[in-house]
Design a protein around this ligand. Structure first.
Ligand code: ZN
Length: 267
């Protein structure tokens, strides 16, 4: 699941995006306009362009890719919905693509991983950390972008205030690809050749199925294990056992309900 941050119609619809939603650790606006370069290249256009390029390349390699928005002219969806979309399709991994509006003297990129929100992010922290490190390494190597000089540690940050992470039940990270307010970073982000190059970064080394916290949507264990290596079968079998137990899951609005994934997947 790829989530291009923000949307081109957000600025014209404050009555929608400023509605407060529950992200468990706080209430915050449904969505925001995002930032832009000093020359006016908006973050929503950058994130949509990179996500679209990346989706095209991944689909060519046979991946099933779901985007949280299919145009750059609409409004939202809310951050809670962006998490719900990845949950609904049982994404192997989810990546939220952004670019930062940091201090003009700072530059570089960072990957944001979910921090512990008890009862919510417990099970996605470890696979998200692994995913985050793999994405950090791949992006650093391919984009040639340095780790952020003003936020995080060695290109990694951990946060508990992002709805897109707190409400995700699948491994998920955000990437702030560079600082749009920094002149050198802005020049790179504005280049279509740069965006194509970062979208074509090699995928993380393990197959994405190994990050999985959920069995794929619509599958049954036997189908899920077909053609997998012995190690992958072990990993997936453990996930199936985990998901056979009734668990509490966060749903939008901060309430919760009981659901059995294995039941739903096998029908
Ligand atoms: Zn953003």
């Amino acid at each position: 699941m790829l989530d291009p941050g923000h949307n081109g119609g957000n600025a014209a619809h404050p009555e929608i995006i400023n509605q407060l939603v529950n992200v468990i650790t706080e209430r915050k606006p449904c969505d925001t306009t995002g930032t832009q370069t000093n020359a006016g290249y908006p973050e929503h256009a950058f994130t949509f362009d990179v996500a679209t390029r990346l989706a095209g390349l991944l689909r060519k390699k046979g991946a099933r890719v779901v985007l949280t928005r299919n145009s750059d002219t609409g409004v939202g969806p809310c951050i809670t919905q962006r998490a719900a979309i990845g949950n609904r399709v049982h994404a192997d991994v989810a990546i939220s693509i952004h670019a930062d509006g940091g201090p003009p003297g700072g530059y570089g990129f960072e990957v944001i991983e979910p921090g512990l929100v008890p009862g919510y992010t417990d099970k996605i922290i470890a696979p998200s950390r692994r995913l985050g490190l793999d994405i950090r390494n791949a992006y650093h190597a391919v984009a040639g972008e340095p780790y952020s000089t003003y936020i995080g540690t060695a290109g990694i940050d951990v946060r508990t205030d992002l709805g897109g992470l707190n409400l995700s039940r699948v491994p998920k990270v955000f990437i702030e690809c560079a600082n749009m307010r920094n002149t050198a970073d802005a020049a790179r982000l504005t280049s279509a050749a740069f965006r194509q190059r970062v979208a074509a970064a090699p995928p993380p080394r393990p197959p994405v199925s190994l990050y999985r916290t959920h069995p794929p949507w619509g599958s049954c264990p036997t189908a899920d294990f077909a053609g997998l290596s012995r190690r992958a079968v072990r990993v997936n079998a453990l996930l199936w056992i985990t998901h056979s137990h009734r668990r509490r899951h966060p749903v939008e609005g901060g309430t919760s309900q009981n659901r059995t994934h294995a039941d739903r997947c096998c029908r």
